[in-house]
Structures are given as structure tokens and as C-alpha cells.
Ligand binder design. Structure first.
Ligand code: UDP
Ligand code: MG
Length: 316
């Protein structure tokens, strides 16, 4: 999908909003203020994620604003995605709707982006959150660094700037908004980082809870797998399958030798069972690999994608 025709605006600011009645007005004022100072064309997109308070009514009084209303609460990632799909900016800025991010920092992100990055992520070096949340977040960041080997410090920071075309091409599920830079890096886009300010939450409540961290963790495992084996899942499952089959066959072979040549009785031994089990598991893995391979081929085909990404073509 090419969105070239959409890119008539310099900046799209996309904010997911769920029960933030105490914040939307001030947030909107600060965003407009920051964008006006930049002297660029811009649009502000608030995505209401099924709020049950006065958020929508308050948003309706704001201008300029594109308000995307989701039918119910689908979660922050879904809200972001809906906003991205509606956006027309060459650059997309994302941030939280709780005033913990500072719209004035958009300027810093853009300056960094100008150095040649496709993605610039904010880094809340001095975080104003509870101890437990910082603890969870730091642990998750550490794990992410090991699994995904990306270079940024703070992927949980919503304040980010993206190349609009790249972002509109990403498929988002679950709690994946945190890993968008990692996903884009997989496609060969460059990711930078800049320190941004962070404020304590004053109005409304955090929607963060442990369930979101569990989902985030599972999503991270998925991206790890995707990163390594997206183009050939058979290499992963098939490789594992062969190893298991070899070990299983080895054990069965040895048992046969014992029985036929050494006269051992196998009735009370556990090893034949383990051998057969491993061989069967190996076969299962292999079949799984084939199925995953077929599924992935369909994925690329249906989405008109390839497992590579062309930067440009020069014809002389
Ligand atoms: N949010 C949302 N849908 C949800 C949960 C959160 O759109 O189901 C929004 C929320 O309104 C805020 C942003 O996502 O603008 C971040 O949420 P929150 O501040 O609660 O998370 P935290 O910053 O505490 O991790
Ligand atoms: Mg917050």
C-alpha cells in the first residue's frame, strides 16, 4: 500500500485517549501551541478508545481536531492504529493523552529526525511514575534489549516521531505499539533516540496493569520469532524437528542394539518410550514448520508484501 497521495501535511499528531476528560483540553492547547511554533502544516488526531466519561463531549469543543471514535475500548495499540490509518502527515508524532509527555518536545524529535532517522523515540530519562511501574518497565526494557537487540532505552515512551509512510505500513496487534521501532528496524528503517521530559499524571488514572505487561511480554516473544524466522519458519521448526528426531532415533537404535545383541529386556525401561516420544515430537515440529511456512507465504501474498523492503530504485 502506498500512501504517497495522502501525504499532503507535514505533521500528524496522533493521541490515544481513554477516559481523559480532565486532560484533553489542556493537551490540545499545548499540542496546537507547539505545532504553530514549528510553522509547519499539521493535523491533530485524537482517537477516543471507548471512553465512558465526558472525554468525547470535551473533544467536540476543540479545534482543529480530527476525532476518531472507536466503538468500544479496544486498547491503546488499536487506538494508535486507527489514528495512523486516518493520518496524512509525512511525519507522524505519537504521544499519550495524559499530559505526561510534553508537546513542546515535538521540536526535539523533529530535529533529531532531520539528522536522517526514520524513527525517533523519546527517552524519559527522569521518569515521574510509581516505583513499581518503573521497576516493571526497566525489567521489560532489559529483556527487550536482549531479545530484540534494539538500541533504544525506553520503548514504553509514547512520545515518538515516525516516517509516516513506514508507519502506515505496519500491522499492529495486541500491545505492540511499544515495539513499533523494533518492527520498523526489522524492515531496515533507522531508529534514533532523544531525551524528553516527563511529568507526573495529574488528572485521571493510569490504565496500566499487570495484564498489559503479560500481553506485552508475549508480543515481545512474537517479535523475537518474527525477527529471526519470519521469512522461513521452517528453518526454526524443521531444524528443531530434525534434532529431536535424531536424538529419538539414536535412543531407539541403542535400545535395539541392547535388545538384539546384548539380550537386555526393555519392558521396564523408560528409554524406548522417550525415544518414540522424541521422534513423534520431531515429526510434529516438522509438520508445524510446513504449515507456518504456508501461512507466512499467504501473509506476504495477501498483504502485497515481501520479506524485504526496497528503499528506492535509480534508473540511469
Ligand atoms: N489508553 C487508551 N486505551 C486504553 C488504555 C490507555 O487509549 O485501553 C490511552 C490513555 O488514555 C493514555 C495512553 O493510552 O492517553 C497511556 O495510558 P496510561 O497513561 O494509562 O498508561 P501509562 O502511561 O500509565 O502506562
Ligand atoms: Mg501515562
Amino acid at each position: 500500500m502506498d500512501n504517497n497521495e495522502n501525504e499532503k501535511i507535514d505533521l500528524s499528531v496522533v493521541v490515544p485517549i481513554y477516559n481523559e476528560e480532565g486532560n484533553v483540553k489542556e493537551l490540545h492547547r499545548q499540542i496546537v501551541d507547539a505545532c504553530e511554533k514549528l510553522e509547519k502544516s499539521y493535523e491533530v488526531i485524537f482517537v477516543d478508545d471507548g471512553s465512558s466519561d465526558q472525554t468525547v463531549a470535551k473533544c467536540k469543543t476543540l479545534q482543529p481536531l480530527i476525532l476518531v471514535e472507536l466503538r468500544k475500548n479496544f486498547g491503546q495499540t488499536a487506538a494508535f492504529d486507527a489514528g495512523f490509518k486516518r493520518s496524512r502527515g509525512k511525519t507522524i508524532i505519537t504521544m499519550d493523552g495524559d499530559l505526561q509527555n510534553d508537546p513542546a518536545d515535538i521540536k526535539l524529535l523533529l530535529e533529531k529526525k532531520k539528522e536522517g532517522y526514520d524513527v525517533v523515540s523519546g527517552w524519559r530519562k527522569k521518569r515521574k511514575d510509581s516505583f513499581s511501574k518503573k521497576f516493571f518497565s526497566r525489567t521489560a526494557n532489559l529483556l527487550r534489549k536482549v531479545l530484540l537487540e534494539d538500541k533504544i532505552h525506553d520503548s514504553g515512551c509514547s512520545l515518538k516521531a515516525y516516517n509516516g509512510k513506514a508507519l502506515r505500513n505496519v500491522d499492529l496487534f495486541g500491545e505492540m505499539h511499544r515495539f513499533i521501532p523494533a518492527l520498523l528496524e526489522l524492515d531496515g528503517y533507522s531508529v534514533g533516540e532523544v531525551v524528553v521530559s516527563h511529568h507526573p499524571r495529574i488528572h485521571g488514572e493510569t490504565k496500566y496493569n499487570w495484564k498489559r505487561s503479560v500481553k506485552g511480554f508475549v508480543d515481545m516473544i512474537f517479535i523475537w520469532f518474527w525477527r529471526k524466522y519470519a521469512s522461513r519458519p521452517l528453518h526454526f521448526f524443521g531444524g528443531g524437528g530434525i534434532v529431536l528426531m535424531l536424538i529419538g532415533s539414536g535412543i531407539i537404535g541403542w535400545m535395539l542394539v541392547e535388545k538384539l545383541f546384548l539380550g537386555a529386556t526393555l519392558a521396564e525401561r523408560i528409554w524406548p518410550l522417550i525415544g518414540v516420544f522424541l521422534v513423534m515430537l520431531g515429526v510434529q515440529f516438522f509438520i508445524f514448520g510446513f504449515l507456518a511456512d504456508i501461512a507466512i507465504k499467504n501473509y506476504y501474498k495477501n498483504n502485497h508484501r515481501m520479506n524485504y523492503n526496497i528503499k528506492k530504485v535509480v534508473e540511469n
